[in-house]
Design a protein around this ligand. Structure first.
Ligand SMILES: Cc1cc2nc3c(=O)[nH]c(=O)nc-3n(C[C@H](O)[C@H](O)[C@H](O)COP(=O)(O)OP(=O)(O)OC[C@H]3O[C@@H](n4cnc5c(N)ncnc54)[C@H](O)[C@@H]3O)c2cc1C
Length: 634
């Protein structure tokens, strides 16, 4: 008895405290289920490159703009971008022009791209880069003082305007300054959890302040989604914590269509060691500067497999490859600069064949260039300062002297909201999308550098057309039932007496996606993933959160989980349906490209009963002049 008393006492206190906590949480939720309300003509969700560029443009058109982001302003995922912005400025090679960029983008996307978007992108990217420079971005320079451009995978000529390997930081810094100059109002650390509608039309967005947990309602005539990607649904990823597919899911739940969801890009070179940093990106810029890939036999294995589509453009010996990286216009690119999908698969093949590095990767070596350049150490540190510090600090590797160990990492979602090529409006009136959460430009595989230019080109267009929409349409009505339903759903997790931790469910989801829907896919494994996802959805619906609403990571994860599960379902559904291998989507059971499958895109939508449905949509015939460009550049 004496022994039991303290135990019983502790138990009673524990139960009382638990009940007390839940009562307090309920009371708090009741008191805080009110919200702060804001009114704008245009609301932009996401303050990365696309969101900032959209907000600047909308504001320049004379409408009021609210910009909302999950993280602090200046900390969006774009800040991590390293290698550069692709634009045919032809500063380094005067043979470059928009037509070559267009053809490269289409070839890289295995011709599933929205050709009109690829055309607009190639034509407008140079102006967007020059504009960024006019707003204060300090690019690296050629000797004549022009913006310097570097080589990158899949680009025929040196095309990436860059600032060392910290281009994203410069881009965000410049756009952030400009948005302040444009009087854009910013709501930082605010997560949008649902879009609001008035009939078919968008009427605003509803979310919560992450720090205090209080709800916020944004009434708007037009909304632009610029929320980035989905990489956090996978275990190994280069993506920031923000990449939980929110925009994809918000749009989908509001009735917008998703397209090309089967195409998830695995970047060939992420860090593999130590485990705490696995997945962190190693920029393609390393290979652009002459870095080579080696297996454990010190063999430069990329020469063993050059795809037919790229044979004419790829060096067949090491000397020619080196000359290309040093700007020799007569030389062809080394095979390390083939497209990401191909390089990633070659790396996986080496690892599976037992020729990998000790930590399940291969070697990426830039230090070898000391055989070619007398000042190689300084050169590497100057060209790749971020990579030098990343490896020194995180892995104790000096890349000027030692090779790096690298392996594929989940990097980019080619799939996303289906938008009109010119205006960026989705299939929902008043709802626009730009940047990584929109789709079409990149088809089955994105070329490096084509994202940052995508953000600028289509961010601007989204802002412009959303402002036009806002001017042409009166304010829409806010439906309070939608608001209270969203609030109730968001708070439910606090009120459960029992339930799992959302972190455990998130971890399980990442394992499922990584192991069963990764770089090499099969029908059997994806069916297994689909089954597991059903269970994960149930588990996600039953998670329980302790504590209160003030900066509660458990709560954030519980809400993000719903989006990641929706997006994962869309990826699996489309990946099962595409019975061929194309671009980033590789099926072990259908290893060849199928010409018939190249004629359609897969479109996903929510039906009236809340079910996810999919249809094949035949691609419209490419315009004759563009077809001719592709033929000429083959
Ligand atoms: C390490 C790394 C290096 C890269 N290097 C390059 C490169 O050199 N060149 C290139 O072209 N591409 C590169 N990329 C890809 C490129 O950086 C991204 O595709 C691009 O930055 C995406 O920009 P975005 O504007 O679409 O989204 P982001 O920059 O991710 O911005 C998304 C914004 O949405 C906000 N958000 C998300 N969900 C919500 C929500 N529910 N409510 C409110 N706000 C929300 C976030 O807080 C954030 O502000 C790189 C990617 C990585 C990971």
């Amino acid at each position: 008895m004496g022994m039991d008393e303290p135990f019983l006492g502790r138990l009673c206190r524990y139960i009382c405290e638990d009940v007390f906590d839940r009562c307090v949480a309920r009371l708090e939720n009741y008191l805080m289920s009110s919200y702060d309300k804001y009114n704008y003509d245009v609301v932009v969700i996401g303050a990365g490159g696309a969101g900032l560029r959209a907000a600047i443009e909308a504001s320049a058109q004379g409408v009021s703009v609210g910009l909302i982001c999950k993280s602090l302003l200046g900390k969006a995922h774009t800040v991590m971008a390293e290698g550069g912005i692709a634009a045919a400025l032809s500063n380094v090679d005067d043979r470059d022009n928009w037509k070559v960029h267009f053809a490269d983008t289409m070839r890289g996307g295995q011709y599933l791209n929205n050709w009109r978007m690829a055309e607009i992108h190639a034509k407008e990217a140079p102006d967007r880069v020059k504009e960024l420079e006019a707003w204060g971005a300090l690019f690296d320079r050629t000797e004549e003082g022009k913006i310097l451009q570097r080589n990158f995978g899949g680009h025929k000529y040196p095309r990436l305007a860059h600032v060392g390997d910290r281009t994203g930081l410069e881009m965000i810094r410049t756009l952030q300054d400009r948005s302040i100059y444009q009087n854009v109002e910013v709501h930082m650390e605010c997560t949008i959890i649902t879009l609001l509608k008035d009939g078919d039309r968008i009427s605003g967005a509803f979310g919560y302040d992450r720090e205090r947990g209080k709800f916020k309602l944004f009434a708007a005539k037009a909304v632009i989604l610029a929320t980035g990607g989905i990489g956090r649904a996978f275990r190994i990823s280069s993506n920031s914590w923000e990449y939980t597919g929110d925009g994809h899911a918000l749009g989908y739940n509001a009735g917008a269509e998703l397209i090309d969801m089967e195409f998830v890009q695995f970047h060939p070179t992420g860090m593999v060691w130590p485990p705490s940093v696995a997945g962190i990106l190693v920029t393609e810029g390393v290979r652009g500067e002459g870095g080579i890939l080696l297996n454990s036999n010190a063999e430069r294995f990329m020469f063993n497999d050059i795809p037919e589509l790229y044979k004419n453009q790829t060096a067949d010996n090491e000397e020619e490859g080196w000359r290309y990286t040093q700007g020799d216009k007569q030389a062809r690119r080394p095979p390390e600069l083939l497209t990401r999908d191909h390089v990633a698969r070659c790396i996986v093949r080496e690892i599976k064949a037992g020729r990998g590095s000790p930590h399940n990767g291969v070697y990426l070596d830039i230090s070898w260039i000391k055989k070619k350049l007398s000042n190689a150490d300084d050169h590497i540190r100057k060209k790749l300062p971020g990579m030098y510090h990343q490896f020194k600090k995180l892995a104790d590797i000096d890349i000027t002297k030692q090779p790096m160990e690298v392996g594929p990492t989940t990097h980019y979602a080619m799939g996303g909201m289906r938008v009109n090529a010119d205006s960026q409006m989705s299939t929902v009136p008043g709802l626009f999308a730009a940047g990584e959460c929109a789709a079409g430009l990149h088809g089955a595989n994105r070329l490096g550098g084509n994202s940052l230019s995508d953000l600028l080109v289509f961010g601007k267009r989204a802002g412009e057309y959303a402002a036009i929409f806002a001017k042409e349409n009166a304010a829409a009505a806010i439906d309070e039932t939608q608001v209270s339903k969203a609030a109730e759903l968001a708070l439910m997790v606090f009120e459960r007496e029992k339930g799992e931790s959302p972190f455990d469910v998130h971890y399980a989801l990442q394992e499922t996606m990584q192991q069963l829907v990764g770089i090499v896919r099969t029908e059997g494994e994806m069916m297994q993933a689909a089954e597991q996802l059903k269970q994960l959805r149930l588990r996600a619906g039953n998670v329980r959160i302790t504590g209160n609403r003030e900066f509660n990571p458990g709560w954030h994860t519980a809400l993000d989980l719903r989006n990641m599960i929706t997006v994962s379902q869309a990826v699996i559904m489309a990946a099962l349906e595409r019975k061929e291998s194309r671009g980033a989507h590789f099926r072990d059971d259908y290893p060849q490209k199928d010409p018939e499958s190249g004629k359609f895109n897969l479109v996903i939508k929510k039906d009236a009963d809340d079910n996810m449905i999919m249809r094949k949509e035949m691609r419209n015939e490419i315009r004759e002049d563009l077809k001719k460009i592709i033929e000429e550049m083959k």
